[in-house]
Design a protein around this ligand. Structure first.
Ligand code: IDP
Ligand code: MG
Length: 149
């Protein structure tokens, strides 16, 4: 099975949206295999967003991500990265489709509630930044036999 990294950002945590995010991913059929609530240290914020270090919005992005605790997760399922990105929706919540997390729950590109890895390669990189292998668990969901053909 494929894995992806997902993070409820500080606005989502402060707004009480952790449960809503988990519910949507659980009901889709993805399996939660790691989770942690924490304030991200500067070093991991820089690693997480390294492709954006030179962007004009980076200082505000960094301030936003460091403004409070984030809820970090690893989710497992077939094509997990692509499936979760579709559930998350477009980066700008004003343009994100209804039915997506950002389309339903956010207003501003600078407060868009959630992060999700954009490819399997990003997922592997981001999971390794935040979770040691020992924190990722193995178990069966009882509905696994009916979720997949
Ligand atoms: P993504 O989160 O949909 O993958 P990216 O382009 O990778 O979007 O940008 C990472 C994060 O940086 C976004 O989720 C958002 O929080 C922030 N961001 C991106 N573009 C802008 C912008 O133009 N203004 C403010 N924040 C931005
Ligand atoms: Mg991105």
């Amino acid at each position: 099975m494929d894995r992806t990294f997902v993070m409820v950002k500080p606005d989502g945590v402060a707004r009480g949206l952790i449960g809503e995010v988990i519910t949507r991913l659980e009901q889709k059929g993805l399996k939660l295999v790691a989770a942690r609530l924490e304030r991200l240290p500067e070093k991991r914020v820089m690693e997480q967003y390294r492709e954006h270090l030179e962007k004009p919005f980076f200082p505000s992005l960094r301030h936003y991500i460091e403004s409070g605790p984030c809820f970090l997760m690893v989710w497992e399922g077939r094509d997990a990265a692509a499936v979760v990105r579709r559930i998350v929706g477009a980066t700008n919540p004003a343009e994100a489709a209804p039915g997506t997390i950002r389309g339903d729950l956010a207003m501003d590109i600078g407060r868009n509630v959630i992060h999700a890895s954009d490819s399997p390669a990003s997922a592997a990189r981001e999971i390794a930044i935040h979770f040691p292998a020992t924190e990722i668990v193995t178990y069966k969901r009882v509905d696994e036999p009916v979720l997949y053909e």
